[in-house]
Design a protein around this ligand. Structure first.
Ligand SMILES: CC(C)(COP(=O)(O)OP(=O)(O)OC[C@H]1O[C@@H](n2cnc3c(N)ncnc32)[C@H](O)[C@@H]1OP(=O)(O)O)[C@@H](O)C(=O)NCCC(=O)NCCS
Length: 152
């Protein structure tokens, strides 16, 4: 399948679809108001991916961009089409975009229980850098921190 990926800062254009993805994808999704704030933050790069045969968004990511560093805040793919490579395409396109924005290092943190995301980040080239015990779920779940040096 082929995909179309687009990037924007400070855009509410895809708010309803991204809101739906949030509710479908996270145990603690941003509510519509929080999402609106994050989408309007001029530092946040919003990346959306669509299959070229459909208008609907199939995945999205949000990245806080502070050159020479960036933090990946969110990545989500529509539940019906997971494990088909969409997340990988999205993140690889994102890294290429970040390179053009003079980003050298990307950071993120993820629940130690989130096996799909842990595998995805490793596959893309991120390296685990630390463990934060009790970071999520009122202290019951740790976070793994990852980083990646962009070097195409
Ligand atoms: C994490 C997520 C974005 C992955 O998207 P995806 O489109 O399914 O990812 P891909 O199909 O590109 O998979 C890439 C790799 O990730 C890993 N992976 C993906 N889903 C997996 C699963 N269910 N179990 C184990 N590994 C998995 C595999 O290593 C896979 O490579 P492979 O298929 O060659 O083995 C998706 O599962 C999702 O939206 N999850 C909910 C939101 C979330 O947890 N986001 C991350 C924290 S912000």
């Amino acid at each position: 399948m082929s995909y179309v990926v687009s990037h924007s800062f400070n855009s509410l254009e895809n708010l309803p679809e991204i809101n739906l993805l949030e509710q479908q994808s996270f145990t603690s999704p941003w509510n519509r108001e929080s999402l609106e704030v994050e989408l309007s933050n001029p530092l946040n790069l919003i990346t959306v991916i669509r299959s070229s045969s459909e208008a609907e968004i199939t995945g999205y990511s949000m990245t806080r961009v502070l050159p020479p560093e960036a933090e990946l805040l969110r990545v989500a793919v529509r539940p019906q089409i997971r494990r088909l490579g969409v997340g990988s395409v999205l993140l690889n396109e994102l890294l290429q975009k970040l390179l053009t924005l003079k980003i050298a290092q990307v950071y993120l943190e993820v629940s130690e229980k989130n096996r799909p995301a842990l595998s995805l980040y490793r596959k893309i080239g991120f390296t685990a850098t630390g463990h934060r015990p009790g970071y999520y779920d009122n202290g019951s779940t740790g976070a793994i921190t990852f980083s990646l040096t962009i070097n195409f």
